[in-house]
Ligand binder design. Structure first.
Ligand code: TXA
Ligand code: MG
Length: 501
């Protein structure tokens, strides 16, 4: 996920820490509020560098060692908060000393670009001086001015049309919103959390598919999810939590095997069905004595859960029985007038739902293959039972025979269009022969990668469904890893339909 060639250069004094001039000792460092947490959000997408002018070294006010000790302490603090700094560049010269480090030459930026293979045109500088902005713009990058430190004093000198923000917190959000497609800003997450607190329902991204969430402890709000989806009340919902600390709110017992899976795969696409706590509303669990729990990995889902401070009951954000949404436009198409808010964060990276494992009756039981491959689960806890005749099993109501289905008739198998009537579309794993005779073809992964196939599955199904075909033929994928989950969805998408061959 991390994009290796984008960087954010950070001024130190006045941008990350208070500018008290010629800091000589780590004891004198005062971090600006929330600076470290904000920078941690950049980590996933950018390499981070500190660029600092320490003219006090030239004037003799501090030694180079003292300046370095302060920078090292700043870096250590940021690392602890999750923001790794690749390198600190320090200019020890006075303004008058026409050195290579300072204006007019963005010397350090070029050094970093060369050493770390950076694309400076996709890189940013955050600083509290107009010089910081000018410096990165000279090499085609983007300057973000902050009004902390000397920022408000020099604001008038900042050329018109430049971005000036209150602090590094807003600067980080602005950079993420500009550079990262689908990034959700803090305001949207706050708005979504307010709606959830007021009993509303919000579509939000997870690493698997978009979910439609409500406060799991608000039965009325959860009822609105069922109404919006047209979902029958006998089909229980997955409850999403932010951390394992929340487990005691929802479950009375986490068996050791479940514990091991949680440690290995959370946050991630794995749902554990465990005995429920009394206070979990019956509507969430369809009256079952168990509750399905998962910690999503997607940063927006994580941010929303933390902001809400309450578990979110959330099925996939589609009409009942239809194809799960992997981009916000899918949610808009099916539910736009039925949800209170859609947190738009671009495509879901994984594209198929979580694997569901039940720990309620005896040995672990696979209720739904999904984003965490069964092989990896069995490597941690040993053999998992597979449902026998689960198609009709009431204990796993979500495993309804017909689910995840397009409107067009779908046949799952290696079928030739010559054996079918009408216009036939193909959902292929890899590129089929050119003369196969299908009216339309969607290829899930030209290179035969299951991860790519999973990410493309629901989008491809929707596109074929929109073509008014007589029939869609879906080819089976290899029955391992994510292939098992994809085949399961295709089998269900085809189930209960007349086979017109
Ligand atoms: O990846 C996912 O799991 C997505 C995202 C939004 O997290 N969610 C999702 O939820 O796919 P949903 O509601 O579409 O599927 C939930 C599945 C259903 O098969 C449901 O029957 C099963 O989990 N489930 C929930 N609670 C259960 C319970 N107490 N016992 C057995 N199965 C349960
Ligand atoms: Mg669903």
């Amino acid at each position: 996920m991390a994009n290796n060639n984008m960087a954010v250069f950070l001024d130190r004094d006045g941008t990350i820490i208070e500018d008290r001039g010629d800091l000589a000792s780590p004891a004198d460092i005062v971090f600006l509020p929330d600076a470290a947490e904000a920078l941690a959000k950049l980590q996933e997408h950018f390499k981070l560098f500190i660029v600092t002018n320490q003219t006090g070294i030239a004037t003799g006010a501090i030694t180079a060692e003292q300046a370095m000790a302060v920078s090292e302490a700043v870096v250590a603090f940021l690392v602890r908060a999750g923001a790794r700094i690749e390198r600190v560049f320090t200019c020890p010269h006075r303004k008058e000393e026409n050195c290579v480090c300072r204006k007019p030459s963005p010397y350090f930026l070029r050094c970093a670009a060369e050493e770390y293979g950076l694309d400076l045109t996709r890189s940013y500088m955050i600083g509290d001086h107009p010089h910081d902005v000018a410096c990165i713009e000279q090499v085609g990058g983007h300057g973000v001015y902050v009004c902390t430190g000397h920022g408000s004093k020099h604001l008038a000198e900042l050329p018109l049309g430049k971005i000036a923000l209150p602090s590094i917190v807003e600067a980080v959000d602005w950079i993420l919103a500009t550079a990262v497609p689908g990034y959700c800003c803090k305001e949207d997450i706050d708005a979504a959390a307010r709606i959830i607190a007021a009993g509303g329902i919000v579509a939000f991204p997870t690493e698997t598919v978009y979910g439609l969430g409500a406060d799991a402890f608000n039965a009325e709000a959860v009822a609105r999810i069922f109404a919006a989806k047209g979902r029958p009340y006998f089909d229980p919902l997955i409850v999403h939590i932010a951390s394992p600390d929340w487990l005691p709110l929802l479950t009375t017992d986490v068996p050791p095997a479940a514990q091991r899976l949680a440690e290995r795969f959370w946050p991630g696409p794995l749902t554990l069905v465990l005995p429920k706590q009394g206070r979990v509303p019956d509507i969430v669990t369809a009256g079952l004595p168990s509750v399905a729990l998962r910690i999503p990995r997607h940063p927006v889902a994580q941010a929303l859960l933390h902001r809400c401070s309450t578990p979110l009951a959330a099925p996939s954000a589609n009409r009942f029985g239809s194809i799960s949404p992997t981009i916000p436009q899918h949610v808009v198409a099916e539910l736009s007038d039925r949800v209170d808010f859609i947190l738009d964060s671009g495509p879901c990276p994984l594209g198929v739902e979580s694997t569901v494992i039940s720990f309620v009756e005896g040995d672990p039981l696979l209720l739904r293959p999904g984003g965490t491959p069964l092989e990896e689960i069995e490597a941690v806890i040993g053999q998992v039972r597979l449902p026998d005749g689960a198609e009709t099993q009431p204990a796993a109501p979500g495993m309804l025979p017909r689910h995840y289905a397009p409107r067009t008739l779908l046949v799952f198998g290696d079928v030739s269009p010559a054996d079918c009537q009408g216009r036939v579309g193909l959902l292929a794993f890899t590129t089929p022969p050119a003369d196969a005779g299908f009216a339309a073809v969607e290829v899930l992964s030209p290179s035969g990668r299951l991860e790519e196939a999973a990410a493309n599955l629901y989008g491809a199904l929707r596109r074929l469904d929109a073509l008014g075909l007589t029939m869609i033929v879906a080819q089976p994928l290899p029955e391992y890893g994510l292939g098992r989950a994809i085949n399961d969805r295709l089998r269900r998408a085809s189930s209960s339909q007349p086979t017109r061959l």
